[in-house]
Design a protein. Sequence first.
Length: 339
Amino acid sequence: MSVMVARKKVVRKWEKLPGRNTFCCDGRIMMARQKGIFYLTLFLILGTCALFFAFECRYLAVQLSPAIPVFAAVLFLFAMATLLRTSFSDPGVIPRALPDEAAFIEMEIEATNGTVPQGQRPPPRIKNFQINNQIVKLKYCYTCKIFRPPRASHCSICDNCVERFDHHCPWVGNCVGKRNYRYFYLFILSLSLLTIYIFTFNIVYVALKSLKIGFLNTLKETPGRCSQSLTVLTVLEVLICFFTLWSVVGLTGFHTFLVALNQTTNEDIKGSWTGKNRVQNPYSHGNIVKNCCEVLCGPLPPSVLDRRGILQQEESTAQEGSCSRGPGTQEPLATQGPG
């Protein structure tokens, strides 16, 4: 006799979350689906630092100071830690409305705006919200079926609304928002310092070698294949650091400016506080120190996604076996199939 036995399969909530995100380690790691440029970032940082530690650091530690590789290692570890923290965390994704909530919001909107005659465009779905005696408009998201909180925006790449949305950064493979912006800023700041550090000591390495055998002889140094390869690798490191300096240091300066004003990249691009109306930024405290403390040192809100929460789904499986019923035997709870 075949017996249908009901078994429960444990399903985590991250497996059912909408949007275009990738989850790893049972939902502990959250990234965007497009991660190719993130892998390039890892390759450039790891490759450049590996060459620096393997060749120049050994020579400079003997000729100048053993503190040179130690400080470089501290910068490297800090930059990698902040990069991974930015890339693997929830940037502040706002959950979408449940079907009942979405229907209720739609009903409220229809009751407020009334029925729109056919052929006419419906009015924009906007709510007014007051912050620091200034009116801020909350826009309705047609995808998430919610009125977005202040400073939130919908990322078209990840297909999610993100709180205090700054921008989507393909170099870190994730959105940059309220929950990971400080780590993103610390990453580009430490990467700028690391790039300047490696670039400077590569120049020092070439200068020290040039004092001994001359600059041209340093570039043409070919007593063996290893020395020639070392010179080529040093030149490669210098070129990578030189071209990285302009972009990373410039990006760090731009975000330092934004932090000082308590402004986001999205607001700066749209000109939210510098447009024709000359509306002042209601989130700025008018003090650089206070703005920096709020953005970089304020309390970090917890994630509201509950990625590792449990959903249970029942699965019915058929099992073959004999079932004998004697006097006083209770009816089994499982559903019996045809004998």
